[in-house]
Design a protein around this ligand. Structure first.
Ligand SMILES: *[C@@H]1O[C@H](CO)[C@@H](O)[C@H](O)[C@H]1NC(C)=O
Ligand SMILES: *[C@@H]1O[C@H](CO)[C@@H](O)[C@H](O)[C@H]1NC(C)=O
Ligand SMILES: *[C@@H]1O[C@H](CO)[C@@H](O)[C@H](O)[C@H]1NC(C)=O
Ligand SMILES: *[C@@H]1O[C@H](CO)[C@@H](O)[C@H](O)[C@H]1NC(C)=O
Length: 278
């Protein structure tokens, strides 16, 4: 039951208004023969109470007058369960027809008409079901703002505010999650709406799985080969041949000592990485 009393400066009243149907209809009730200035209206805890205390004064020099009001007799009949009650739940918005709000579908009992008296023994039944996650259960995370085309990064590398540490004292460098079994769960630009209870996160919404296994490829074999600069292949002992290093060349030069003619060595291309002149 809802009770309302007018508190208007210098205006004396003797009538209060009450509603027993959540404010849909209002009735007047004359609670006193003498008109008073209302100073306050107290209610007992609990939404179904029909007991109120009203206090006020007639003249400013007077003491308060207290009125203990029990409006129960003004209600024709006692409510019966479950006929006078109805289960309701609130849809958060039109695009979410499953009536889930913050990942929960909450249903609770309400008086159907309200023209009856709820007994003090009545305990309202509220049921909560958890909903599967949908896009509406997520919002742009820290460092992002919501735009018509999705989440736009505004803080961090490659964004208008490059280094958040210039603004905040604390170190906000994002910690890179560890690599577990070759996979890393990298956070996305989304986060769950705070307080949202939805079940079964949408795949890839909060984390993208990154393959972080270290690919071990053997280092490429050296491709430096030696090329003879001199136009001749023949050299006497003590003479100098000049070589240059050539990458990706197929030609590998080696210097070999030949038996004939004596005291000469000959170079010739072979598949060898190193040459030595002994
Ligand atoms: C309503 O219920 C109360 C007890 O909860 C009982 O005392 C009272 O007589 C009942 N009133 C009617 C009209 O049945
Ligand atoms: C409301 O729903 C709950 C849970 O399903 C049920 O126990 C209760 O009886 C329902 N109340 C009414 C008035 O139908
Ligand atoms: C990660 O990538 C490596 C190399 O491409 C591949 O061998 C491995 O199977 C991948 N791991 C997973 C879990 O996909
Ligand atoms: C090879 O070339 C270098 C530099 O041009 C020269 O000093 C050297 O004498 C040459 N060696 C032979 C055997 O011609």
């Amino acid at each position: 039951m809802i009770v309302a009393a007018q508190m208007i400066f210098l205006q004396l009243i003797s009538v209060i208004s009450f509603s027993n149907d959540m404010g849909r209809t209002w009735h007047k009730y004359t609670f006193t023969d003498e008109r008073i200035h209302v100073d306050g209206l107290l209610t007992e805890p609990g939404e179904y109470t029909h007991k109120f205390t009203l206090f006020g004064h007639r003249n400013y020099r007077d003491h308060w007058k207290l009125f203990a009001l029990d409006l129960a007799p003004l209600v024709a009949r006692n409510c019966t369960y479950p006929d006078d009650y109805v289960n309701v739940s609130f849809a958060r918005n039109t695009q979410n027809s499953n009536q889930c709000h913050l990942g929960m579908r909450q249903t609770f009992e309400q008086l159907k008409e309200g023209n009856c008296l709820v007994g003090s023994e009545y305990k309202r039944v509220t049921t909560t079901e958890l909903c599967p996650c949908t896009d509406i259960d997520y919002e742009c995370g820290y460092g992002y703002i919501t735009t018509s085309s999705g989440c736009k990064k505004v803080v961090g590398k490659g964004s208008p505010i490059d280094d958040i540490r210039d603004i905040l004292d604390e170190d906000t460098t994002p910690t890179i999650p560890p690599c577990v079994n070759g996979l890393r769960k990298m956070p996305t630009q989304y986060r769950k709406v705070p307080g949202d209870q939805c079940q079964n996160d949408l795949e890839g919404k909060l984390f993208t799985i990154v393959n972080c296994s270290i690919v071990v490829t053997p280092p490429p074999p050296p491709t430096i080969h030696v090329k003879l600069l001199n136009k001749t292949n023949e050299v006497k002992i003590g003479e100098v041949l000049h070589f240059t290093a050539v990458s990706n060349s197929e030609t590998v030069w080696s210097v070999i000592r030949t038996a004939e003619p004596k005291d000469k060595i000959t170079t010739r291309p072979v598949k060898r990485d190193e040459i030595s002149l002994n």
